[in-house]
Design a protein around this ligand. Sequence first.
Ligand SMILES: [Mn+2]
Length: 338
Amino acid sequence: MTEIRNQLQQAFIHPAEWSWTKNGAHQGRVQHWVHTIEKWEKSIEQIDAVILGLPLSRSSISVSGASEYPLAFRKGWKGFSTYNIDESIDLAPLNVVDLGDVAMHGTDIVESQKRIQQAMEAVLQAFPSAITINIGGDHSVTASAVRGLKAVTDNETIGIFQFDTHLDLRDPAENGPSNGTPIRQLIEAGVVKGNHVYNIGLHGYFNSPDLIHYAKKHSVNMITLNKARQQGIVQTVRRALASLQQQVDRIYVTVDMDVLDVSFAPGVPASTPGGMFTHELFAALLEVGKHDEFKHIDFVCLDPLKDESASPTVKAGIYSFLQVLSGVIITRNQINGT
Ligand SMILES: [Mn+2]
């Protein structure tokens, strides 16, 4: 483990600046359950999922404190039990290990993004069988993380499964490596093909005609929220995942929390009216976690500094993370016949 910890450190992954002190009083709560890499002494193979914080938001088009989310995410665990009463399952048997955060450069966005890519490569090499859970940061981190994924799995075809109000296909020539351009960056770099991108959650008046034109030209699969609701959100996710899985070797799921309606997600700078309800996103993410090939996910663009005092958005973010893992354990229990 010492060697692994050194490798992570060389890839700019540092222990979280803040972590929970474990004691008996936390029994059964999320903060008691999530391990830290510093304390993990069992084998690598026993790790089911790793958490990596990507605290970058200087690259956000709207002013964003999403860099503060990894910290708020960890602090918010105390409000959650590992037991999911809706599904009658306990997440406790899953070994989830928090690797800490990628250390960002003070001012250089491109340098920070290179570090994210390098960190992702190191994580994939160190924990090849674990589910990777990236906690942003703004949506630019997805482009860096997927580049890292591509570098490690070069002969594999990667698909993107995106929950978002926006296409994120703005022109990098105009907007740089910002949170408005990650999907276009990946398409232009040949990392991902447009027809291997599925976006669920598009609605209303938030994507300009030139972006729709680009999406159509590159055959990006646009599934509007209205259409998903008509066909059932869970059904839509199931069908879209199955269809994408037939075309690619590996799926990277990216959850831009701005997919949520602004009334549910006041702590997301780009959230809008007419967006997804929290219960719809939670149901969708349970379905994502259930998918046999589910392996990689990120949660981005949540700015805890903009959240309201009762932290509705941070809580929705943590709930979303737990839903995915509930899906994972449901499928494992089915496979194991328990
Ligand atoms: Mn986005």
